[in-house]
Design a protein around this ligand. Structure first.
Ligand code: CTP
Length: 396
């Protein structure tokens, strides 16, 4: 999580500098302390005042700015937990790869002991040039993280790789780099989203799940260093950085995927809102309204987590969710026992700020043995980190 983390953002002189403004906003919204350093060329694209206003701190551009003291580079370098250079031009990449320190930002790169994230953005031919490739390889070999640019239309009119990734992706990379690595070497499978149970080729039964809880869990698990496999029902969300996603439709698809991918998982977390019922038969062609439909016959879908509970390995941890509208603890305890889970996260989906398609949740964590944890209203991402902490404390 980025709360109270100290981030130093270096902005170099490319047109993508405007995207760095949004990055500052996102980092601050996530609770980070952000200080901004700009190269002189960057200050021609975006006035320092913009970053000053967004970050709430003075922006430094030169080594010997009037308002800064001569040791500003050491102070900034020492305070930072993470130095992010976004956008990073070919020029800045070339300089830091070769230890040139001829301005504040390049000097800071040498002076800081913080982790460094470089986000290149430039014309595709420049990005593919051997000089840039070699410089980036050199930085990577030195332990610098490089967030690859995206492909698409570039500001220079060319198509290709070179576009700065969206600020939310860069913010996620910052979170990843600063997170504790409690699950390095572990494999975690997470399910997310709703399922769709087909009635005919165009209609289905589903539920209000957006996938937000499961995606946040996959993100927190990955940030904790685990190898994460996300089994997702239909969701509009992009997979978290570094997470492999398998997309499924129905409860039966989810069952098959879970069976396959849970085999070598150390931890299985089932946050998906799997449909409990499906139409008994799927019509081959579209049901015409003239024909009408007097009744809709339903049958139960497989209870995926219960099946996983039956075939669980001794060294495997199985975590479920319980969506309740009454008798939260009692109902969750029943599910925990009947489905042979190690932990269940219960939430009252009728409460405001909890449940489907909102960014927050109010949860209670019930382990198989031990104390129940009643949590306040948290963002789904905060809750995900709390769940990962609980798993760590109870089982590892
Ligand atoms: N679950 C599942 N397969 C199903 C239904 C639910 O794997 N067919 C999982 C969910 O992912 C969750 C847990 O079971 O981890 C509990 O889901 P929930 O909807 O709260 O409970 P149900 O078992 O469906 O019981 P009910 O709807 O009666 O409360």
């Amino acid at each position: 999580m980025l709360k109270d983390r100290q981030i130093l953002l270096g902005v170099s002189g490319g047109i993508a500098a405007y995207k760095a403004c949004e990055l500052v906003r996102l980092l601050i919204k996530a609770g980070a302390q952000v200080e901004v350093v700009m190269t002189e060329n960057a200050a021609r694209f975006v006035p320092p005042l913009t970053f000053e206003t967004l970050s709430g701190h003075p922006v430094h551009t030169g080594m010997f700015d009037k308002h800064s003291n001569p040791l500003v580079h050491i102070e900034l370098a020492d305070r930072a937990e993470l130095l992010v250079i976004a956008p990073a031009t070919a020029n800045i990449i070339g300089k830091i790869a070769n230890g040139v320190a001829d301005d504040l930002l390049t000097t800071l790169y040498l002076a800081t002991k913080a982790k460094v994230l470089v986000c290149p953005a430039m014309n595709v031919n420049m990005y593919e040039h051997a000089a840039v490739r070699e410089n980036l390889a050199r930085l990577k070999a030195r332990g610098v993280e490089v967030l690859e640019p995206e492909s698409g239309e570039l500001a220079c009119g060319w198509e290709g790789k070179g576009r700065l990734p969206d600020p939310d992706l860069i913010a996620e990379a910052c979170e990843y780099l600063l997170a504790p690595k409690n699950f390095t070497g572990k494999k975690i499978m997470v399910t997310a989203g709703p399922t769709r149970e087909a009635l005919d080729p165009v209609r289905f039964i589903s539920n209000r799940s957006s996938g937000k809880m499961g995606y946040a869990l996959a993100r927190a698990a990955r940030a904790n260093g685990a190898e994460v496999m996300l089994i997702s029902g239909p969701s509009a969300l992009r997979p978290p950085l570094g997470v492999k996603r398998v997309s499924v439709e129905s409860a039966e698809d989810m069952r098959k995927a879970c069976e396959k991918y849970s085999r070598d998982a150390d931890i299985v977390i089932m946050a998906a809102a799997v449909s409990d019922f499906r139409p008994r038969a799927e019509a081959k062609s579209k049901i015409k309204k003239e024909k009408g439909m007097a009744q809709l016959e339903l049958e139960k879908t497989p209870d995926v987590i219960a099946e996983m509970g039956k075939q669980k390995r001794k060294d495997q941890i199985l975590v479920g969710f319980a969506a309740e509208t009454e008798e939260l603890v009692k109902n969750a305890q029943k599910k925990l026992k009947e489905k042979n889970l190690d932990m269940i996260v219960a939430n009252d989906v009728s409460k405001k700020g909890a449940g489907f398609d909102v960014d927050t949740n109010i949860a209670t964590i019930l382990p198989k043995r031990g104390r129940i944890e009643y949590l306040p209203k948290l963002t789904k991402l905060e809750l995900s980190y709390r769940i990962m902490d609980s798993i760590k404390k109870k089982f590892f």
